[in-house]
Design a protein around this ligand. Structure first.
Ligand SMILES: NC(=O)c1ccc[n+]([C@@H]2O[C@H](COP(=O)([O-])OP(=O)(O)OC[C@H]3O[C@@H](n4cnc5c(N)ncnc54)[C@H](OP(=O)(O)O)[C@@H]3O)[C@@H](O)[C@H]2O)c1
Length: 364
């Protein structure tokens, strides 16, 4: 029996994690839950999973760090939206708990610190993101130095076939209409439309799999059947396939290396009825990809600035204060104005994050 804390229990990943626990009551026990606004749902979840008040945190000032260190928990699912999860992730690792990580922004902003904390404390960061789960599954049983390249697949988002003029007039409702993955949170859905999600994921993969950026590629695969591919030094390519259902990577992160039947729907490969296609991304229409690469190459505090400026710009777009193409423009402006500090401390990362948010939001 594994005892689990979920940070961000009321969100898309949080509720799907609870569904996995509901299907595997003899394997997973929920001992802690957090939410920011949705107190009513949190209360219902606590009742269903019999979580005592000491295992609950709710509100704008929710103490995620306390919950991340909760006595008696074996693993912490980090599924809050954004860099707000950094301190709690570090706290969980330092308290000797495995982290099942959905919140990619944590690794983008503080990847070096987080992976060092996992190593020092002898615990693991297990990916929930479907692409990284796919890579993680493909490399099982192979020596770490046998990987030549990783290909992260991208659906291409709702604007895959939109021209620049049409994208310039896109409203939040257009961008929130994701073609393949159901009911994701608002922030990641906008990131999927700008392709910043894939940019963030390359940096996430860089830390999780200890690979240089040039060995992490992106390929547009609109059918979302293959969740990522690994090329090995002998030329062999392994891929992981599945339905677009986050409960599978969540289950794998929580039960690895075991595979248990949680009654999830199956991919019927003989009845797909569609060809699987793969194309390079159009970096001219989706400038966030180049910004993410530039941030990773600059290193230090620059990825934290990229991430925070993106969080702030996405927030402004959702409030209809800026246009869709202005999202990468604001990120680039913040990056241009930032002199990155190498090998940053947590305080320097959090300061860079706060500075970048101010750069974007101060005029609104
Ligand atoms: N959804 C997916 O399919 C998917 C796939 C791969 C990776 N991810 C990653 O997983 C993370 C979560 O995504 P999501 O789609 O589940 O987001 P979401 O639906 O927006 O849920 C976010 C959760 O975090 C809580 N939260 C938000 N802001 C917070 C704050 N400032 N302090 C404390 N708690 C806060 C929310 O509480 P309230 O409900 O009370 O507001 C909610 O429980 C993101 O980093 C995303 O990139 C998601």
């Amino acid at each position: 029996m594994k005892r689990i804390v979920i940070l961000g229990a009321t969100g898309s990943i949080g509720t799907q994690t609870l569904d996995v626990a509901r299907r595997l009551p003899e394997r997973l026990r929920i001992v802690g839950l957090s939410a920011r606004h949705n107190e009513e749902l949190l209360r219902r979840q606590a009742h269903e999973f019999d979580v005592p008040p000491a295992g609950l945190e709710c509100g704008e000032e929710a103490d995620l760090v306390r919950l991340a260190r909760l006595d008696g928990a074996d693993a912490v699912v980090v599924a809050v939206a954004g860099a707000v999860g950094i301190r709690a992730t570090l706290a969980a690792l330092e308290a000797g708990k495995d982290v099942a990580l959905a919140t990619k922004e944590v690794l983008v902003a503080a990847g070096e610190l987080v992976m060092a904390a996992a190593r020092t404390n002898g615990v693991r960061v297990l990916p929930i993101d479907s692409e990284h789960s796919a890579v993680f599954q493909c490399v099982q049983g192979s020596p770490a130095d046998s990987v030549e390249k990783v290909w992260l697949t991208a659906s291409g988002g709702p604007f895959r076939e939109w021209g620049r003029d049409r994208m310039a007039a896109a409203m939040p409702a257009d961008a929130l209409n994701h073609p393949t993955w159901p009911a994701m949170g608002r922030k990641i859905t906008i990131d999927s439309a700008t392709l910043m999600n894939k940019g963030l994921e390359t940096i996430e993969a860089r830390w999780l799999f200890d690979l240089p950026m040039e060995r992490i590629g992106i390929v547009i695969h609109p059918q979302s059947v293959i969740h990522s591919l690994v090329v090995f030094h002998d030329g062999s390519v392994l891929a992981q396939l599945g339905l677009p259902d986050m409960r599978l990577p969540i289950e794998y992160a929580l039960l690895h290396p075991e595979r248990v039947d949680a009654g999830l729907p199956r991919l019927d490969i003989a009845r797909l009825g569609t060809p699987l296609t793969f194309d390079p991304p159009d970096e001219a229409r989706f400038p966030c990809l180049a910004l993410a690469r530039r941030a990773a190459q600059s290193g230090g505090t620059m990825p934290a600035v990229l991430n925070a400026a993106n969080e702030a710009a996405v927030g402004l777009f959702l409030e209809e204060k800026i246009t869709f193409p202005a999202i990468p423009e604001w990120i680039e402006r913040a990056m241009d104005a930032h002199a990155p500090q190498p090998r940053p401390t947590l305080t320097q990362i959090l300061n860079a994050d706060a500075w970048a948010r101010r750069q974007v939001t101060q005029d609104f």
